[in-house]
Design a protein around this ligand. Structure first.
Ligand SMILES: C[S@@+](CC[C@H](N)C(=O)[O-])C[C@H]1O[C@@H](n2cnc3c(N)ncnc32)[C@H](O)[C@@H]1O
Length: 440
């Protein structure tokens, strides 16, 4: 589906944006944000052009208090506000980290600090920041297994890997947590529980900004690139904006400049990266509507399912695709099947007598009308199969939403992922239809 590029459609889009964004409700009067501002001010943060607000589409985010021009700084957070491994090593945890062998990872250092400070409650110097952090997250590792079961196959596999990874992170950190017992009156097992570590892991993974890698002897060799950036981490993602974000060594601040313009009271976004929806779901626990990078993945099994089982060259063709990296990242997008998917299909559909032309296929050459037509037909069959499958899952999700009220938020998130996939598949089916008419 191509977005309109004309003046009328630009105006329509702007109006749509304005009407939804103007409904953001300013939340800067809330006590937690008043406390956070005081805390930031004490650490030399100068008032920004932004205010916390709640938006109907994206939830909590930051709203412009004034119009912002292209290239303007939208936020500059002094180093003293950043929570990095330096913060942790300078803290009461430092001596324990330095002593521990093998050295803990930078991620473990950050997570340990978060859990410990959260446990400290009103005694924590970081309390105003901890208070505004989400109590729970929606990354797949936090979802109920029956909800994970509803995810697209490739995402479900990654969700399970994520769960296994966090479980292993917990299991392998327990001895280190035990070494911290002298710091606490309560048993460390009750403080550094799986759910506490999961919360900290999600906090770092969904909110940290990137810093230039540093290396410290008392930490393991894994990249030490994460910093938590209070207030700045209230900025939501939009795939449609561009920003320049980095730590400025001269001003000793983490700075974000926008390359877009923002009107007063609009939600200000940054871009977390050109991620598709499955990646946004996996890493950040949300789905972006009308995401231009969104796509539907076609697995090898589905690809092969629609090809003639009588093709004697099939195994050879598959191994050529594998050798040339064409067996993964085959997708349907808003503009139809990706070039990679069509190329893979063209190679798989090569007539026996044309098999020697396989290199030309990979170079994008047209081999024959028959080959072009057959590959489009198969792409369409796969697309229709996905549309049916998506509709079936959406129906199932809808039933579950009626029956399992406790899971409604998780199910709604999964529903939004499949709904976006359905829109992509329908757009792809239309594109395929018009491509096919060229051969009739
Ligand atoms: C860096 S935080 C942004 C602030 C966050 N909304 C908050 O209230 O703390 C990243 C998280 O915000 C949410 N988020 C970011 N962009 C979003 C968007 N476009 N739509 C919905 N949720 C979004 C996701 O939960 C994500 O994990």
């Amino acid at each position: 589906m191509q977005k309109g590029k004309g003046r009328t459609s630009r105006i329509r889009r702007r109006k749509l944006c304005r009407s939804s964004e103007s409904r953001g409700v300013n939340e800067s009067h809330k006590s937690e944000f008043i406390e956070l501002r005081k805390w930031l001010k004490a650490r030399k943060f100068q008032d920004s052009n932004l205010a916390p607000a709640c938006f109907p589409g994206t939830g909590r985010g930051l709203m412009s208090q004034t119009s912002l021009q292209e290239g303007q700084m939208i936020i500059s957070l002094p180093e003293s506000c950043l929570l990095t491994t330096d913060t942790v090593i300078r803290s009461y945890l430092g001596a324990y980290i330095t002593k521990w062998k093998p050295p803990p990872s930078p991620l473990l250092a950050l997570c340990t600090f978060l859990v410990s400070e959260k446990h400290a409650g009103h005694r924590s110097l970081w309390k105003p920041y901890l208070e505004i952090l989400p109590k729970a997250y929606t990354c797949p590792v936090c979802l109920e297994p029956e909800v994970v079961n509803l995810l697209p196959k490739s995402l479900k596999a990654k969700a399970e890997e994520q769960r296994a990874h966090v479980q292993e992170f917990f299991a392998s950190s327990r001895d280190f947590f035990s070494s911290l017992q002298p710091l606490f009156a309560e048993a460390v097992d009750s403080i550094f529980s799986y759910s506490a570590l999961l919360w900290a892991w999600c906090t770092v993974n969904t909110r940290a900004v990137y810093l230039r890698p540093r290396q410290r002897e008392c930490l393991s060799a894994e990249p030490d690139t994460c910093a938590l950036a209070p207030y700045l981490d209230l900025l939501n993602h939009s795939p449609h904006v561009q920003v320049k974000a980095a730590f400025n060594e001269e001003t000793h601040s983490y700075e974000i400049r926008t390359t877009s313009r923002w009107r007063k009271h609009e939600e200000v976004f940054i871009c977390y990266g050109p991620h598709d929806n499955q990646r946004l779901f996996l890493e950040y626990g949300f789905v972006s509507v009308h995401n231009p990078h969104a796509c539907v993945y076609v697995s090898r099994e589905i690809l092969v399912k629609y090809l003639p089982s009588t093709d004697k060259q099939m195994d050879k063709k598959i191994s050529i695709l594998k050798d040339h990296g064409y067996i993964e990242n085959l997708t349907f997008g808003w503009d139809g099947p990706s070039w990679r998917l069509l190329t893979a299909l063209k190679l798989l559909c090569l007539e026996a007598e044309k098999f020697t032309c396989w290199k030309k296929v990979l170079l994008g050459e047209v081999i024959s009308d028959t080959n072009e037509k057959t590959s489009l037909d198969i792409a369409q069959k796969i697309c229709y199969y996905f549309i049916e499958e998506t509709n079936a899952v959406l129906q199932k999700v809808s039933h579950m939403k009626d029956e399992k009220e406790a899971l409604i938020n998780q199910l709604t998130l999964v529903e939004s992922l499949w709904t976006e996939e359905l829109k992509i598949l329908r757009a792809s089916a239309e594109t395929l239809h018009s491509l096919q008419t060229a051969f009739t």
